[in-house]
Design a protein around this ligand. Sequence first.
Ligand SMILES: C[S@@+](CC[C@H](N)C(=O)[O-])C[C@H]1O[C@@H](n2cnc3c(N)ncnc32)[C@H](O)[C@@H]1O
Length: 232
Amino acid sequence: MDSIGPHLVPTKDGSSTLHSSVYNAHYHSIHGAYTESMHIFINHGLRDYLADKKKMIDTPINIMEMGLGSGLNALLTAELIDQQKVDYIGIEAHPITEKATYLSLINSLPHALDNKLIESFWDTPWNTPTKITPAFTLEKRHGKIEDLELTPSSIDIIYYDAFAPECQPHLWQETIIRTVLSWLKPGGYLLTYCAKGSFRRTCKSLGCRLESLPGPPGKREISRFVKERKKS
Ligand SMILES: C[S@@+](CC[C@H](N)C(=O)[O-])C[C@H]1O[C@@H](n2cnc3c(N)ncnc32)[C@H](O)[C@@H]1O
């Protein structure tokens, strides 16, 4: 747990992010926290995945987030879905402990989120899947991704939102990534802001197709990996 909790920092689109003095890293892009989350995880993740599958999926889709942090990606996901059920697990090694910090970040977004959703997210107990809207079940998992165990081929979309390879190199290397990708269903997506060549090569060598997409402001490219279906 951070001895000094992360502190709020304004970003260029008016929304706030957090800065961790422990990792010396921002939680989101300083060019726009909200813009980045929407662009990478919501638009090129959830929206594209649902469009790609074309029809409404009857069974819940499973999303795993590496680095739940402020909960911004989880809340934007919960806000977007309506009929489509989502089971969401967000792993976080160092949960934010100051509710005021969480509220300040969430209330800095360009539009107001539903207050009940904001409160439910915070109140949901850790390590317990909890329905926080009729369609959205959230499990805030306290722990390290290194220790997470999930069923192979069970996850539709992974939001891989770790701190940068310069801060936490092992989280972008083959040992962890092999396990993370084993959780993805064939045809599933892994989204990340990271476009580093060695990381991209690792994912490709582990059976994923790379889709290099234009980034949000301040970032030329982002990465979407689609897990290849096994050839029969
Ligand atoms: C880039 S921030 C994620 C921002 C978050 N998605 C949000 O919207 O606020 C990376 C997060 O990973 C967490 N973290 C660092 N090491 C971790 C680990 N080994 N396992 C799980 N979480 C970790 C950090 O505490 C931080 O919250």
